[in-house]
Ligand binder design. Sequence first.
Ligand SMILES: NC(=O)c1ccc[n+]([C@@H]2O[C@H](COP(=O)([O-])OP(=O)(O)OC[C@H]3O[C@@H](n4cnc5c(N)ncnc54)[C@H](OP(=O)(O)O)[C@@H]3O)[C@@H](O)[C@H]2O)c1
Length: 308
Amino acid sequence: MFKVAVIGASGLLGRALVAELAQQTGWQVVATTFSRPVPNALTLDIRDARAVEQFVEREAPDALVIAAAERRPDVCEHDPALARALNVDAVRTLAAAANRRGAWTLSISTDYVFDGAHPPYRDDSAPSPLNAYGRSKLEGERALLDTTDLGCVLRLPLLYGPIVGWAESAVTSLVPAIAASASASADGKPAVMDAWAIRYPTFTPDIAFVIRQMLERHARGEAISGIVQWSGDEPMTKYEIAIRLAEALRVDARLTPQHRPTDATPRPHNCHLASDRLEALGIGRRTPFDTAIRQVLAAFPWRGDKAA
Ligand SMILES: NC(=O)c1ccc[n+]([C@@H]2O[C@H](COP(=O)([O-])OP(=O)(O)OC[C@H]3O[C@@H](n4cnc5c(N)ncnc54)[C@H](OP(=O)(O)O)[C@@H]3O)[C@@H](O)[C@H]2O)c1
């Protein structure tokens, strides 16, 4: 029996990963969450080093995937201690505990380790994060790779996939404003959308498939180590994402492009991640954006909710 621990199983990526791994015969999945209950998952605060060590000792997984993090750039900017605790210290604690048991650790990182000025970025391109989130994730990468030889970092760009709330992904978080711009009650106010930053929205079920393929390699003794990257291949600004969302929602949205960055937290312009290391191993799957976003919206339809 091949046993995989998924840390952060209640999150956007964690849920997709657990759903993918549950289909694998002969594998056992042990999932952990923090504040949100998930059926059959254990509660684990990854800031509690003793609890992490006891969890890894007790469960003795063959592999551990860290999908738990503080991933909101504004929160990281205002609470760098929380960002460090989750994105750096907890990664080190988990990786050290896994290493002691001979387990392989896969830690999820971000394209925000780059400054976005010179895409595309390879796994060995020089990182240069612009904000506290990117800095903490870069430190987390280094903590993992310094702690264990049985470790791998998977960098990802903007994620979207099955949601439990619109705000869960920066893609679906645009839906309430798009819908409001199309409604008669919007007083003629169009929705202003960023048309400056180029993103590569990547579908969480595709990433879960990629991670399963990576775990399969580990299970047959060919573990991948170091840094790898995976990205969708359709570049889009949020303005362009909003146009595609409006088409999928079949609403007549009034959208205005914003050609300069207005974010309080600095964000990179274009961090396109080259996925060639995984592609060379025959790993990967890319669902077209228009297909994937329709699946997401079909499972979580817009009903005029006010909640963003
Ligand atoms: N979202 C993106 O667009 C994006 C882009 C690039 C890279 N990434 C990276 O991808 C990974 C997954 O991101 P995501 O979007 O799936 O994140 P998410 O939806 O915000 O989920 C975060 C997860 O972390 C857990 N968590 C939070 N505090 C914890 C604690 N103290 N102890 C244990 N678990 C804790 C949460 O548990 P509860 O919900 O149960 O509290 C949740 O399961 C992260 O490493 C992120 O940096 C994300």
